[in-house]
Design a protein. Structure first.
Length: 337
């Protein structure tokens, strides 16, 4: 394996006592830090109908962060394509690529990024049919590559602005099904281990084996995303893990507006059933001191056969979150800029 590359997935979390304005300003600062530390990409997620996350429109935040940074690639991790007009997504990211050539990634997913009612309000024509998502992928690629057949809608309708480059195209998956779609269309693949930590290596292997070169990608490219907490001490790492245990369990109960502090979760007594879920969810997280985290991430990269890991870190305090990314950059000898 070559030197492991690290990237960032930012969900713009809103802490208790804070607000969306502060969360988005933190995203600006974190992107600037990641840029200086030598991270490869900075991806932003799309979520709706929640007060705990501020990232409803990654394309808008990408423009803000690209203007505030110099080297790092900015992208969506991802745009939930069924929520949107395919043409509008193509034009949004063509415009971003025109503004910041060679620095934009378009990662797409099939999940709604929230509940189904909200997804329907976002796009009333969305009936959650898998074949419609496949058609959207075909349409999106045609708009971005301008390869429409004569007489088709892709020939008659062009995504503007016309430019000579295009954003990097990534398919997001947590089950592997979209990985086969990525292989068939010659897109890059990102497996969300932080969502579903089962079957990922097999999904990436199948993607590589079935990859068909495209106009914009000749070889398969894949990475894996995971929650990471890196701390100077074991005690701090354990605190961050305890808060994440409680938060992930709350999400599974449909409680998305949960903002636990360590003091609140420290003495919480889990039922046997809850404890089983806590232990299962720990497979979605890497937590520990720098040496421990490095060993586990290298093992994860080896299992997946990838040379890039996308790190998502949420913490009760901004300084703990920033410090985690600093320690990772130091431990993996990223080249600061």
């Amino acid at each position: 394996m070559n030197k492991l590359r690290l990237s960032v997935l930012d969900q713009s979390p809103i802490r208790r006592g804070s607000n969306a304005v502060e969360a988005l300003q933190e995203s600006v600062k974190l992107a600037q830090l990641a840029d200086r530390l030598g991270y490869t990409r900075y991806w932003l997620s799309e979520h709706h109908n929640t007060r705990s996350l501020a990232g409803a429109s990654p394309e808008i935040l990408i423009a803000r962060l690209a203007a505030a940074t110099k080297h790092i690639r900015l992208g969506s991790g991802g745009v939930m394509l069924p929520n949107h007009s395919t043409l509008k997504v193509a034009e949004n990211f063509r415009l971003l690529e025109a503004l910041y050539p060679g620095r934009i990634d378009l990662g797409i997913g099939r999940a709604p990024g929230g509940d189904r009612l909200t997804a329907h309000i976002l796009n009333p024509s969305n009936n959650f049919e898998p074949r419609e998502f496949v058609q959207q992928v075909i349409d999106l690629e045609a708009y971005l590559t301008e390869t429409g057949e004569p007489g088709t809608v892709h020939d008659k309708v062009k995504a503007i602005p016309h430019i000579d480059t295009m954003p990097g195209l990534w398919m997001l998956t947590s089950s592997g099904e979209s990985g086969l779609l990525a292989a068939r269309h010659g897109w890059a693949l990102s497996f969300a281990h932080f969502i579903y930590p089962v079957g990922g290596p097999q999904a990436v292997k199948a993607y590589r084996e079935r990859f068909v070169p495209s106009l914009f990608m000749k070889e398969p490219q894949a990475n894996v995303g995971i929650f990471v907490f890196c701390a100077d001490t074991q005690e701090k790492a354990d605190e961050l893990q305890a808060m994440m245990d409680y938060r992930l369990l709350s999400y599974e109960k449909g409680q998305f507006e949960v903002y636990p502090t360590y003091e609140e979760v420290r003495d919480y007594e889990y039922t046997d059933q809850e404890l089983q879920r806590v232990l299962a969810n720990r497979a979605r997280v890497v937590s520990g001191t720098p040496e421990q985290v490095k060993a586990r991430l290298l093992k994860l990269a080896s299992e997946y056969g990838v040379e890039e890991i996308v790190v998502s870190t949420m913490a009760d305090k901004a300084e703990d979150r920033f410090r985690s990314y600093e320690l990772l950059a130091e431990m993996f000898s990223l080249e600061s800029r």
